[in-house]
Design a protein around this ligand. Structure first.
Ligand code: ATP
Ligand code: MN
Length: 538
C-alpha cells in the first residue's frame, strides 16, 4: 500500500550554516503534535488540541524588533522607536551564533508560503528549534501541495531558536531576546523568545515593506470576509478590538483574520493560511465557530486546563493573551482561495475604554484618512502597573509596530484605493458603553454583530439627517436606529445618564487625538486634517 504521508525529500541545512543537524522536514501536523507531547513540551486538551506554554514571553516584544539598515532599507524605512536599526555585520555575527547553536540538534524545517494570490506569492522556509513552533508555521502560513514541494525554491527564511539567548553587550541587541529582519539576506532571525506570534508578525512586517515598495500593493492589518452576494468587508483594528471575532461569521465566508493585501487588480487577498484567535473568556455560545476550531490540529497557548483537560477560558493566571492557532480550514465557511474583490465596506474597530465613541458611525473620506493615521484604541487599567485610568493608545494604520514605512505612505495608498472603489467606511466602538472602563460595560458582542450586519445587509437607513446624527465632538455620523439594537445604545451620551461627565470625557479624548496627530500634521493634507474631532477642551 502507498503511504501518502511519507516524505521522500530531505533537506540539508549546511548551506544555512547549520551543521550536522537531525533535520525533520515537512512533518505532518499530527506528527508534530505527537512529538511535542512525547518531548514533554505540550499536552492534549480534552477537545484534542495541543496545549503549550510559550515560556517567558506570552506576547510580542516590540522593543526587541529590529531591521537591518542596509542599501535596501536605509532610505526607505521610517527609523525610530518602532523600526529600530540593526547593524549588518552584527546581524551576520548573531546569525552565525544562532546557526551554531542549532547545529548538531534536532531541527524542524517546513516549506510554506505567504500570500494567497499567486502574483504575490512569497515562498518561505521555516527552521525551528521546537516542533510546536513548526506546527504553528503549518497552521499559519499557506501550505504548498506535494507537487509544489518537488521544486520548491524558498525566498525568505525564518530561523527561530527560542532557547538561544543573546548577549546584548556583544550581539547588539537590547536584551537576550530579539526578532530581526534582514531584507538583503531575506532572513527573519528570532531568538530568546518562544512566542509564536513573532514568527507570523515577522513575515507580516517583511510584506508590509515588500508589497508597497516593489509591488504597488497596500498591505493591511485587517481581517476580511465575503457575503453571499460576493461583497467583501474588511475590519481594521489593533489587538483585541475584534478583527478575528467579527470576521468569523457563519453567514459570510472568511478570507482571513489578520493580514491582507489590496492589489492594483482590485482584489483583497490573505497573506496567511490560518487564524490566531484570542481565547480569553471564549464561549461556545458567543463564538461558536472559533470554539469548534479548537480541535486536533489547533495549538492552544498559555491556557490553564483542569485535570480533565478542559480549558478554563476565564483563567488569566499565565497571561491575558491566551491564544489558539488553527489552519483556516478549521472554520467551515471559508473562501477558497482566500481572495475577494474590492471591499464594499471598511470597518475601523476600536475598543474605546472611555466609552465616548458611538458604537457605530459613518466616516467621510477625510475622517477615514484621519482615523486611519491616528489608529486609536485604549489600554485599560489593570494590565500595567500604575495604570488606574484608561489610557488612549494610538498606533498609526492600526498596526504601527508592523509598518516599516512612514504611516502616510500606507494612508495615501488607502485614500487612493478608497476613492477609486467608492467604499463606505465605518468606525465601530467594540469597547465601553454606559461610562468608561470601571463604570460602564463592554459593548455586547450581539449588538456589535447586529450593527455590522445591518451595514452589510443594507438595513441602515439612507445617509440623511433624518437617519443620522452628527456627533458634536467627533463629527462622525451616528445612526439613530439599527435593527436588533436598542436606540439608546447607539447614542453613547444617552447611555451615560450624565451629560456633563460624558462631554468632559469626550473632550479629553478629542484632545488626546489632537496631541497624537501633531506628529503627522506636517505630512497631512488639509483634507485629512479636516477629518479630526470638531471640538476640543480649552
Ligand atoms: P489581534 O490583532 O491581537 O489578533 P483581534 O483584533 O483579532 O486582535 P480578537 O481576537 O477578535 O481581536 O479579540 C476581541 C476580543 O474581545 C475577543 O475576546 C472577544 O470575545 C471580545 N469582545 C467582547 N465584546 C466584543 C465586541 N462587542 N466586539 C468584538 N469583540 C468583543
Ligand atoms: Mn486576531
Amino acid at each position: 500500500m502507498v503511504n501518502h504521508t511519507q516524505k521522500t525529500k530531505t533537506i540539508a541545512l549546511e548551506a544555512y550554516g547549520i551543521k550536522n543537524a537531525k533535520v525533520k522536514y515537512q512533518l505532518s501536523s499530527d506528527e508534530l503534535h505527537r512529538l511535542t507531547i512525547e518531548k514533554g513540551q505540550g499536552v492534549a486538551s480534552s477537545s484534542g488540541a495541543l496545549a503549550v506554554n510559550t515560556g517567558e514571553f506570552t506576547g510580542r516584544s516590540p522593543q526587541d524588533r529590529f531591521i537591518v539598515k542596509d542599501d535596501i532599507t536605509k532610505d526607505r524605512v521610517w527609523w525610530g522607536k518602532i523600526n529600530i536599526p540593526f547593524d549588518s555585520d552584527k546581524f551576520e555575527a548573531l546569525y552565525n551564533k544562532v546557526t551554531d547553536y542549532l547545529s548538531n540538534k534536532e531541527v524542524f524545517v517546513r516549506d510554506s508560503y505567504a500570500c494567497a494570490d499567486d502574483n504575490y506569492r512569497l515562498n518561505i522556509r521555516v527552521i525551528n528549534e521546537y516542533p510546536w513552533s513548526n506546527m504553528f508555521a503549518y497552521n499559519m502560513f499557506l501550505r504548498p501541495t506535494e507537487e509544489e514541494l518537488k521544486d520548491f525554491t524558498p525566498e525568505w527564511t525564518i530561523v527561530s531558536a527560542p532557547g538561544f539567548m543573546a548577549d546584548p553587550e556583544v550581539d547588539g541587541t537590547r536584551q537576550h531576546n530579539f526578532a530581526i529582519l534582514d531584507f538583503t539576506r531575506k532572513i527573519a532571525l528570532i531568538g530568546g523568545t518562544g512566542y509564536t506570534g513573532e514568527i507570523k508578525k515577522g513575515i507580516f512586517s517583511a510584506l508590509n515593506f515588500i508589497l508597497p515598495v516593489f509591488k504597488n500593493t497596500l498591505p493591511m492589518h485587517c481581517s476580511a470576509n465575503v457575503g453571499k452576494d460576493g461583497d467583501t468587508a474588511i475590519f481594521f483594528g489593533l489587538s483585541g478590538t475584534g478583527k478575528t471575532t467579527l470576521s468569523t461569521d457563519a453567514d459570510r465566508s472568511l478570507i482571513g483574520d489578520d493580514e491582507h493585501g489590496w492589489t492594483k487588480e482590485n482584489t483583497v487577498f490573505n497573506f496567511e493560511g490560518g487564524c490566531y484567535a484570542k481565547v480569553i473568556n471564549l464561549s461556545q455560545e458567543q463564538e461558536p465557530e472559533i470554539y469548534a476550531a479548537i480541535k486536533k490540529g489547533a495549538i492552544l497557548e498559555n491556557v490553564v486546563m483542569n485535570d480533565k483537560g478542559d480549558v478554563q477560558f476565564e483563567d488569566t493566571s499565565i497571561t491575558q493573551n491566551t491564544r489558539v492557532s488553527y489552519p483556516i480550514y478549521h472554520i467551515e465557511n471559508i473562501r477558497k482561495p482566500s481572495i475577494g474583490g474590492n471591499p464594499k465596506n471598511i470597518f475601523f474597530l476600536t475598543a474605546d475604554a472611555f466609552g465616548v465613541l458611538p458604537p457605530i458611525s459613518k466616516l467621510t473620506p477625510s475622517q477615514a484618512a484621519y482615523h486611519f493615521i491616528s489608529g486609536y484604541t485604549a489600554k485599560v487599567a489593570g494590565t500595567e502597573a500604575g495604570v488606574v485610568e484608561p489610557m488612549p493608545s494610538f498606533s498609526a494604520c492600526f498596526g504601527a509596530p508592523f509598518m516599516p514605512l512612514h504611516p502616510t505612505k500606507y494612508a495615501d495608498m488607502l485614500s487612493q484605493k478608497m476613492k477609486e472603489s467608492g467604499v463606505n467606511v465605518w468606525l465601530v466602538n467594540t469597547g465601553w458603553t454606559g461610562g468608561p472602563y470601571g463604570v460602564g460595560t463592554r459593548m455586547k458582542l450581539k449588538y456589535t454583530r447586529a450593527m455590522i450586519n445591518a451595514v452589510l445587509n443594507g438595513d441602515l437607513g439612507a445617509y440623511t439627517y433624518e437617519n443620522y446624527h452628527i456627533h458634536s465632538v467627533f463629527g462622525v455620523a451616528q445612526p439613530r436606529s439599527c435593527p436588533g439594537v436598542p436606540n439608546e445604545v447607539l447614542s453613547p451620551r444617552t447611555t451615560w445618564n450624565n451629560d456633563e461627565a460624558y462631554y468632559r470625557t469626550a473632550l479629553k479624548l478629542s484632545n488626546a487625538f489632537r496631541e497624537n496627530f501633531k506628529e503627522f500634521e506636517e505630512h497631512a493634507t488639509e483634507e485629512i486634517r479636516r477629518g479630526g474631532p470638531q471640538r476640543y477642551a480649552l
